[in-house]
Design a protein. Structure first.
Length: 319
């Protein structure tokens, strides 16, 4: 999951630049502002948005520089790195406290995929919204260069987010891509005169550089499930196995996290052999999951106009 990020030299990673941007910005104020209605010219809070953007013009310029870098370079871990401590101090402070997963995986907690922290997503979503609003402001101010730079940043951030194979990242990347195209479309439709021929070529190249909406990949979801299986089943060396005595406790923690009970009764332990009679084996569980993901990968690979128009596609696999 981290192979691509770790292969990128530190100086070529966008994340350290984003970190600098986020630490320089009043993120609480940005979050409050972005939660309000009326973030468009003439809207109730438009003037407040303009003030915020003007106050952070240099910071946003640095953010745009980060957004057009090729690699995001964020390394997923189960904890918060020391260098990111200032971004998420509450999570950093809490990671030395009670962790619902810790009792189960004290031997290798850093390898628990489901516990990987993805705090960066919310902050990048906030920056993406600011790029969109600043593009609108730049149109008002007849600043074609800033309009172009914001759209390039939106498209660049889309590719950075998509470099992660978790489904949530890919869905967010799709949302970013659609908003980038919508923003560019509005400018090209209504205010083309703001852009020089050079800027129009830059936008054309940015929009044409790669598939903005590629098929969703599920490779990391498969890794996540396999990681769970190896912690609740034995391994007979041939891809099969039965539930381990701690399986119920493990599944409870995955389901309800910190609200899980800290101990297990003797009855639960005694029930494990019986559960192996009614619960699918490791091989059967893996086969069922692979069948389901194969179905959805094939579905996601289809052209949009061939996609099912309702939410029950694949429902037979989930029943």
């Amino acid at each position: 999951m981290n192979a691509r990020a770790l292969a990128v030299p530190e100086e070529d990673r966008a994340w350290p630049v984003y970190r600098e941007v986020l630490l320089a910005m009043d993120r609480e104020r940005a979050e409050e502002l972005l939660a309000m209605d009326g973030l468009e010219p003439g809207g109730l809070v438009w003037n407040e948005a303009v003030r915020f953007l003007e106050e952070n013009r240099a910071v946003l310029a640095t953010a745009r520089r980060a957004a057009i870098m090729k690699h995001l370079g964020f390394v997923l871990e189960t904890g918060i790195r020391e260098e990111d401590r200032g971004l998420w101090p509450e999570h950093y402070a809490a990671q030395d406290g009670a962790d619902p997963f810790a009792p189960l995986f004290a031997d290798s907690p850093e390898t628990l995929l489901v516990a990987a922290r993805m705090h960066y997503v919310k902050d990048l979503q906030r920056l993406q919204r600011l790029f969109v609003i600043d593009a609108t402001l730049a149109v008002e101010q007849a600043d074609g260069e800033r309009v172009t730079a914001n759209i390039e940043a939106l498209l660049g951030m889309t590719k950075q987010i998509r470099s992660k194979d978790m489904v949530i990242d890919q869905l967010i990347a799709r949302a970013f891509a659609m908003e980038a195209v919508e923003t560019a479309g509005k400018v090209l439709r209504d205010r083309t005169e703001l852009l020089t021929d050079v800027q129009l070529r830059r936008l054309a190249h940015a929009l044409a550089a790669g598939d903005l909406l590629p098929a969703i990949r599920l490779a990391d979801e498969r890794l996540w499930f396999e990681d769970i299986l190896q912690r609740i089943y034995t391994d007979d060396g041939h891809g099969d196995g039965h539930l381990v005595p701690g399986a119920f406790r493990t599944m409870e923690i995955f389901s309800i996290g910190e609200r899980a009970r800290p101990d297990r009764s003797a009855a639960e332990i005694a029930m494990t052999p019986l559960a192996n009679v009614v619960v699918a084996s490791r091989k059967d569980m893996q086969a069922r999951y692979d069948e389901m993901l194969d179905h959805f990968e094939a579905l996601f690979a289809r052209p949009y106009w061939e996609m099912p128009r309702n939410s029950v596609a694949g429902e037979e696999l989930l029943s």
